[in-house]
Design a protein around this ligand. Structure first.
Ligand SMILES: [Zn+2]
Length: 348
């Protein structure tokens, strides 16, 4: 609750600063005193009309507003160009923005891709390859859908179920309110808790959870929500960049180094086999500090990638390692929030 109040308050401040021109003035002022520009890399997860997965979606109309706004205020450049400028010997000429998308959602093709093409804006799509091959949802979305569409009769009994492991009961109990209703914020907290387990353990718990509970999906929910290779090829052929994001989306520090190597190289090889050209960029699953290590960075480098993205929220200058590029996750779909987040990352 406290977090929601803080979020609403921040959003109101962002709205005020944006509509009074303060954000633009702040950026102009800072740019006057800074010798060179910075590069802000945005990380989108979902663009689409639905809001029924672990990552909240940006509605397509809002995304088009983002694109038009970014084109008006910034250089919008591909990640390849950003890397040249970050590694370059000359100062970054001016502030710039890069658009990136994580995970192989079909919504990226259906909603984001046409808007990008229409506005001639470059972007990179980081793909986990196993869901594309199997057509199944990433485990965190499967958990989210299972828990938010749970059969009510099971929901009432779940706390007292005897067949479930103590670990799973411990995860599920806080998800239900006293009246047996599902609290979405607690479902997201449950997913975050699952991510803290070693990968093998987390996957065993997910299998146990999805096996024990049967979601009642409303009509339309079972429609294919993962990209297929034909759609990936079409985006690649039209000038979008395709990057890799592991095979099965484990947190790389929660698996052994040989497994991390297989995930990092396997996804690159799978995409290259379909597209017929090198895949140069990688994004670490989850991408926060502690989700990757010096060893995993070294595997990424020696696997032939030229750069990789984290979700460490800051702008990039020429001191940043090409294998630890920072990205901003938005969290809210409005343009004033987008402008606020970009401006704050350029100021700090
Ligand atoms: Zn991801």
């Amino acid at each position: 609750m406290r977090r929601t109040i803080r979020h609403t308050f921040s959003s109101k401040i962002a709205w005020f600063l944006y509509h009074t021109g303060c954000l633009l003035a702040l950026r102009t002022l800072v740019r006057l005193f800074r010798k060179e520009g910075r590069i802000v890399i945005l990380a989108y997860h979902r663009v689409g009309p639905g809001n029924d997965d672990a990552s909240p979606a940006v509605p397509p109309s809002d995304f088009e507003r983002h694109v038009k706004y970014l084109l008006k205020r910034f250089r919008v450049i591909p990640l390849e160009q950003a890397l040249i400028e970050i590694k370059g010997h000359a100062p970054i000429p001016d502030d710039a923005v890069v658009l990136t998308f994580d995970d192989p959602y079909r919504d990226h093709f259906r909603y984001a891709f046409p808007i990008l093409v229409r506005n001639r804006v470059p972007a990179i799509f980081f793909l986990t390859t196993e869901p594309i091959e199997s057509g199944s949802l990433p485990w965190y979305d499967e958990v989210y859908r299972t828990l938010t569409h749970i059969d009510p009769s099971i929901r009432d009994r779940i706390t007292f179920a005897t067949g479930l492991s103590d670990d799973l009961k411990g995860l599920l109990n806080p998800v239900f309110s006293r009246h047996g209703e599902i609290r979405k914020a607690r479902v997201l907290a449950c997913i975050e808790s699952l991510k803290s387990f070693p990968d093998r353990k987390a996957r065993a718990l997910v299998t146990e959870l999805t096996g024990a509970l049967s979601p009642h999906l409303p009509p339309g929910e079972s429609e294919r929500s993962i990209l297929n290779w034909a759609e990936v090829s079409e985006m690649d052929a039209s000038g979008m960049t395709i990057g890799a994001h592991t095979r099965t989306h484990p947190i790389l520090t929660h698996v052994s180094l040989p497994e991390a190597k297989e995930e990092i190289r396997g996804s690159k090889e799978a995409i290259e086999k379909v597209l017929g050209h090198p895949v140069d960029f990688f994004a670490y699953p989850n991408g926060r500090k502690g989700d990757f290590s010096d060893e995993t960075i070294e595997i990424v480098r020696t696997s032939g990638y030229v750069g990789s993205c984290t979700t460490i929220g800051a702008a990039n200058d020429r001191t940043v390692s090409p294998y630890c590029l920072r990205r901003i996750c938005l969290g809210q779909p409005s343009v004033h929030w987008l402008d606020f987040k970009i401006t704050m990352s350029l100021l700090l």
